[in-house]
Design a binder for this molecule. Structure first.
Ligand code: FES
Length: 299
């Protein structure tokens, strides 16, 4: 549709502005990386929380609904207060704004953590998404201060403008997830091979060395560790890069792109930014050949 094309063009034009390029680099290098460096070793458990690795789902997607829902509630209560003169609704609207501010703080920190691992135009769209949402948060904070200072009407005008920004920020959030595939599981469980399929002689593997295979068009990384064979999807669940260039250590493989670490045994995330586990395959050695199949077949 023409309207969709026009909106996309506005986004492309905005993300290609010179200042957006420059600010992206400044924020990534000085703010996000700088914060991680200050945290030192403590950054790792914190990052696992911010990326949602601990719960198998991106934290940002969960908490970002809080400000949107809370501020929509405030909008309805404000409208009812003004339209029907129901003054008793005011405290409810103020409480919803305050609750939204708490959720916006969590959404902001987790969002910037996820943003750091994006690149190019996706990262610049992510920057615009973050800036718009930060501006919306600032407006809601201002609105709350005005309301508490007795300037209720002004506070309601500012929060209405903030709600417009929230909608714009949500649009860009949807663009990032649905168009750019940020924070989605890139490694859906493969449907193939359903039957045990030989892929190589079992003698051809060196311990703790990742090997990449295409099995029925499915990219697979195979590792022999302590005499056992492990096979995982070679598409990293985080942003889809190949795992096979990674390092194997202590029963885990670390993705070379952004250092997500997965257990060889079951693909569980040990360290983010990945939030989703890595699909694994069953393995067996049959007549000297390593064979693999998906976990979807039941004998
Ligand atoms: S693609 Fe980001 S950690 Fe693998």
């Amino acid at each position: 549709m023409e309207s969709a094309r026009a909106i996309k063009q506005v986004v492309r034009r905005a993300e290609n502005q010179e200042w957006v390029h420059e600010l992206t680099n400044v924020i990534e290098d000085n703010v996000v990386v700088g914060a991680y460096e200050k945290l030192g070793r403590a950054q790792w458990p914190i990052r696992n929380i911010l990326h949602g690795s601990f719960m198998g789902h991106p934290l940002h997607a969960t908490v970002s609904d809080i400000p949107t829902g809370a501020w929509a509630t405030a909008m309805v209560l404000d409208t009812a207060e003004v339209a029907f003169g129901k003054k008793g609704l005011g405290p409810g609207a103020d409480a919803a704004i305050a609750f939204g501010l708490v959720g916006a703080s969590a959404a902001s920190v987790s969002g910037w953590a996820d943003w750091k691992h994006t690149k190019g135009s996706t990262q610049r769209t992510g920057l615009l998404h973050g800036l718009i949402n930060s501006a919306a948060t600032g407006m809601y904070l201002t609105s709350l201060i005005l309301r508490k200072a007795g300037a209720r009407g002004a506070g309601q005008i500012v929060s209405t403008l903030g709600f417009g920004l929230t909608i714009a920020g949500s649009y860009l959030g949807g663009e990032l997830v649905f168009d750019r595939m940020v924070a989605v599981n890139r490694a859906e469980p493969p449907a193939e091979p359903e039957e045990f399929t030989p892929i190589a002689s079992a003698d051809d593997f060196t311990e703790n060395e990742p090997y990449r295979f295409e099995v029925n068009d499915v990219p697979v990384v195979v590792i022999k560790s302590h005499g056992q064979f492990y096979a995982l999807s070679d598409i990293c669940s985080h942003l889809g890069r190949p795992l096979s260039g990674g390092e194997v250590d202590n029963g885990c493989i670390t993705c070379p792109a952004h250092s997500s670490t997965f257990k060889l045994e079951n693909g569980a995330v040990v360290t983010g930014p990945a939030a989703y586990p890595q699909p694994t395959f069953e393995t067996r050695v049959n007549e000297g050949y390593l064979e693999i199949r998906t976990h979807h077949v039941y004998d």
